[in-house]
Design a protein around this ligand. Structure first.
Ligand SMILES: [Zn+2]
Ligand SMILES: [Zn+2]
Length: 104
């Protein structure tokens, strides 16, 4: 296997299958906004939980949105900044329906 180091992470969303090109800022899916529980605090990558994190609420702020993710495995919640290419329709869905589950 080829060894390589990269600073940004490309990944495939385990919830909806979207391919995400990492930009070094986001670890959530721009389409369904699911995230993975890999951080204890945003960006530190210190958690080994690995559970799927469901977007449960959205707060509007001056320069975007704060998305609250809840881990479906351990129940931890983490707030994250939205990123500019997040799907605005999904953000609106979540903010108007706290029980929103993508694709269901
Ligand atoms: Zn997704
Ligand atoms: Zn977790």
């Amino acid at each position: 296997m080829k060894k390589f180091t990269k600073r940004v992470e490309d990944f495939v969303c385990a919830n909806c299958g979207t391919h995400i090109s990492g930009n070094g800022y986001t670890n959530h899916c721009p389409k369904c906004l699911y995230s993975r529980h890999v951080d204890n605090n945003p960006g530190d990558r210190l958690s080994d939980c690995g559970g799927m994190m469901r977007p449960i609420s959205v707060e509007t702020i001056k320069d975007g949105y704060i998305i609250t993710h809840k881990c479906e495995k351990c129940g931890k919640t983490i707030k994250q900044h939205s990123s500019p290419n997040d799907d605005i329709d999904t953000i609106i869905e979540i903010s108007s329906n706290p029980d929103f589950i993508f694709g269901k």
